[in-house]
Design a protein around this ligand. Structure first.
Ligand code: 4NP
Length: 151
């Protein structure tokens, strides 16, 4: 299963979701089965490392943060991943604009698996990385539960 987490800049929410899901998959012994990556819809932060707020919140929760560099999602990524997961409705709109068609139903929002589907606020604007972390954790936990049920 290959998953790409997607947000606007690929420095705050999507690298956070990438590292949280990787960590949960490792704890569940599923690192070999679940590959997680991340990408941006925009070109704003191409080449940049994760935001210090993302790094700080991951460290505070004992989650390893790798040396990801922001990159933009491409149309070819549609064939490379099984799931393309945005953080909010704007991300979904932009993902669909990039991949153009979603015949295999790969495009979802991270909180689609939650009992309370909703957007994940962008901490670039809110400054609240803890609230974003709680939402990302809920999304990754419910997604992983679903993947395990279907495995
Ligand atoms: P992200 O947050 O989409 O969660 O990575 C943002 C990061 C950078 C910008 C916007 C949102 N920006 O405008 O550069």
């Amino acid at each position: 299963m290959r998953i790409v987490m997607v947000c606007l800049g690929n420095i705050c929410r999507s690298p956070m979701a990438e590292y949280v899901l990787r960590h949960l998959a490792a704890q569940a012994g599923l690192s070999e089965r679940i590959q997680v990556d991340s990408a941006a819809t925009s070109r704003y932060q191409i080449g940049e490392t994760p935001h210090h707020g993302t790094r700080r919140v991951l460290a505070a929760h004992g989650i390893p943060c790798g040396n990801h560099r922001a990159r933009q999602l491409t149309r070819a990524d549609y064939g490379r991943y099984d799931l393309i997961i945005g953080m909010d409705a704007e991300n979904l709109y932009d993902i669909r604009r990039i991949v153009r068609r979603d015949p295999e139903g790969k495009v979802h929002a991270l909180l689609d698996w939650s009992d309370n589907p909703r957007d994940i606020a962008d901490p670039w604007y809110t400054g609240d990385f803890e609230t974003t972390y709680a939402d990302v954790l809920e999304g990754c936990r419910t997604l992983l539960d679903d993947l395990r049920r279907r495995a």
